[in-house]
Design a protein. Structure first.
Ligand code: DGL
Length: 272
């Protein structure tokens, strides 16, 4: 494997994004890294998320990746811009690092009629205000309500997301965000783990509210990016290989991964 596309997440959740990318763009080689040993990133400081993410991006570059996707919303919110502006020019000016916030915010207007939307995310993503700032650029008429759902990642990580205990926390945050404005007609799942709670959420939402996951949006945006940037596209190898790395136990990763990814895989350990 010479120059795979790198897909990064703080842990398992980015596999929900990778699954959609593979569906859309199966020919390329991919290398996935979950920084499980230091996850969750959701409650960590800007500085910490930036340093962890940068270290992982440098590792991807050392593996020969010309392009790295930060599938993690928290890393996209807290680290991406500094890496793009400050680190890329000195590390690898020809390489690219992309996140998940921009692809989502530039088309989010298509999914709302009322122009009132809720963003469900980790504390870190909400605190960064990244979604509000980016949506304002593309759709200034949209009013954004943000809700941090700190218990949702642990529910998914502990495989409790389909069990009755999850209902309380799902209901709690949905009620809270919808109470902010009765005209909200769109909820964005701005965290890699939340699509696994989709079925539960739908039980507690009126039919007038659409729930939007990012995987397909990110995959479509990547396809579009590669088409518009042949200089990067031509550097991505195409033998259909996939490799998976975790900074924590490979056994745990492989067991959890099938929940997120939909089928079994075998990971390698990376000591950072
Ligand atoms: N991957 C993170 C995100 O999308 C969720 C898990 C974490 O907090 O690390 O925000």
């Amino acid at each position: 494997m010479q120059s795979p596309i790198g897909i990064f997440d703080s842990g398992y959740g980015g596999l929900t994004v990778m699954k959609e990318i593979l569906r859309k763009l199966p020919h390329y080689d991919y290398i996935y890294l979950g920084d499980n040993a230091r996850a969750p990133y959701g409650n960590r400081s800007f500085d910490t998320v930036y340093h962890y993410t940068l270290q992982c991006v440098e590792w991807f570059f050392a593996q020969g990746c010309p392009l790295v996707i930060l599938a993690c919303n928290t890393a996209s919110a807290k680290a991406l811009r500094t890496i793009q502006q400050h680190d890329l020019p000195r590390l690898h000016p020809a390489n690219r690092v992309l996140g998940v916030i921009r692809p989502t915010t530039e088309i989010i207007g298509q999914f709302t009629n009322s122009n009132k939307i809720g963003i469900l995310a980790t504390h870190g993503t909400v605190q960064s205000n990244s979604y509000r700032i980016e949506i304002e650029k593309f759709f200034p008429e949209i009013k954004v309500y943000q809700e941090a759902c700190p218990m949702w990642v642990p529910l998914v990580e502990n495989n409790e997301h389909e069990k009755p205990g999850a209902d309380y926390f799902v209901q709690q945050h949905l009620q809270r965000v919808l109470a902010a404005d009765r005209d909200i007609d769109l909820l964005l799942l701005a965290c890699t783990h939340y699509p696994l709670l989709m079925d539960k959420m739908k039980q507690y939402l009126p039919e007038t509210v659409t729930v939007l996951a990012q995987g397909e949006i990110v995959a479509n945006s990547l396809a579009d990016y590669l088409e518009r940037h042949p200089e990067t596209e031509q550097r991505c190898s195409r033998t259909g290989k996939r490799a998976f790395y975790t900074t924590d136990s490979t056994e745990d990763f492989d067991n959890h991964a099938s929940i997120f990814f939909g089928h079994p895989l075998q990971s390698h350990h990376l000591a950072l």
